[in-house]
Design a protein around this ligand. Structure first.
Ligand SMILES: NC(=O)c1ccc[n+]([C@@H]2O[C@H](COP(=O)([O-])OP(=O)(O)OC[C@H]3O[C@@H](n4cnc5c(N)ncnc54)[C@H](O)[C@@H]3O)[C@@H](O)[C@H]2O)c1
Length: 298
């Protein structure tokens, strides 16, 4: 017996990479899986792999990035298997661009797939989940949510997905619907692009290592977990801390410019947070001092 026997799942962007591994693992755990990807051949190949292994799957090729197309994805699941129990908002795109070279097209496309897609899919899935008072949504963030070089638009969408996860979890807990996010690391086409751009130095872990976390979060074993961002990087399983204000300093008369000039450095100035996913300390106490190579790019 699998931990997801009798459940119906949608995995977006499941034709390759991490989404493919999630779809295969969810099916192996007993779920019927709608394998969504705009790449039809890849989606069909994953669905065929599941059915030939004795599982239940169907392929869907609608884009997540539209209101009507995302509704069709949810409807496809209902028609093929029944109401969706688990939605994995995995589809994502990433371009590696210094922030001063970002184009309108990159902004529109990245927001549409990564953020609007997750919002639209979730909204339509909730039409099915709310009346049943059951369901689980898993969003996919990234280390880029905390800042990674040349990933401003991508990272902004991933930070937004973390915020979306917190807010949806609050709205939906009274309705018995859980919303979490994962921050995965896996060697995929997307990860390869960062290596080729010189922004990562080695291949990361196989996508299959992340898939058990998705199965676990989708299962009743995780019925006590909501509103969390769980990171899995090879053998390292961790939580992201929730953003919250820290080190409050009180000035009874309020904070005029003069007060900030006088007191910021000796209060909050001592506690400035490291900038970016890979940093462990704050680097700019002596001023920004851009290295010559970065200045030359401008
Ligand atoms: N690979 C990593 O290490 C890593 C790290 C952090 C986060 N992520 C996230 O994990 C998810 C999967 O990434 P991956 O590395 O497997 O990437 P990938 O490029 O290998 O796969 C992404 C899939 O999404 C599909 N897709 C793109 N636009 C779509 C759309 N509009 N509708 C439906 N499907 C669409 C693509 O066709 C592709 O098959 C993404 O959200 C990514 O941001 C990946």
């Amino acid at each position: 017996m699998g931990v997801l026997d009798g459940k119906n799942a949608i995995v977006t962007g499941a034709g390759r990479g991490l989404g493919r591994a999630y779809a295969l693992a969810l099916a192996a755990a007993g779920a019927r899986v709608l394998v969504n990807d705009i790449d039809a051949a890849e989606a069909q190949a994953v669905a065929a792999a599941i059915t030939s292994a004795g599982g239940s799957a169907a392929a869907n090729t609608d884009s997540v990035a539209g209101w009507d197309s995302s509704r069709r994805i949810v409807q496809h699941c209902t028609d093929a298997f029944g109401p969706v129990d688990t939605l994995v908002n995995n589809a994502g795109v990433m371009r590696l661009t210094p922030v001063w070279q970002i184009t309108e097209q990159e902004i529109d496309q990245t927001l549409a797939v990564n953020l609007k897609g997750a919002l639209c899919l979730s909204r339509h899935a909730l039409d099915v989940m709310l009346p049943r008072r059951a369901g689980c949504i898993i969003n996919v963030t990234s280390g880029a949510q905390a800042g990674l070089t040349h990933r401003a638009v991508y990272g902004a969408t991933k930070a937004a997905l973390a915020g979306l996860t917190y807010a949806m979890a609050l709205d939906l807990a009274p309705h018995n619907i859980r919303v979490n996010a994962i921050s995965p690391v896996g060697q995929t086409r997307m990860a390869q692009a960062t290596i080729e751009a010189g922004l990562a130095d080695k291949p990361s872990w196989p996508p299959e290592l992340v898939a058990p976390l998705v199965v676990f979060l989708a299962s009743d074993d995780a019925s006590y977990i909501t509103g969390q961002v769980v990171r899995l990087a090879g053998k390292f399983l961790s939580l992201y801390s929730h953003p919250r204000s820290i080190h409050p300093v009180i000035n009874n008369g309020g904070w005029a410019l003069d007060d900030l000039q006088r007191y910021f450095k000796r209060t909050l100035g001592r506690c400035l947070e490291p900038v970016g996913q890979d940093q462990t300390q704050y680097h700019y106490y002596q001023g920004l001092g851009a290295p010559a190579s970065a200045a030359a790019e401008l």
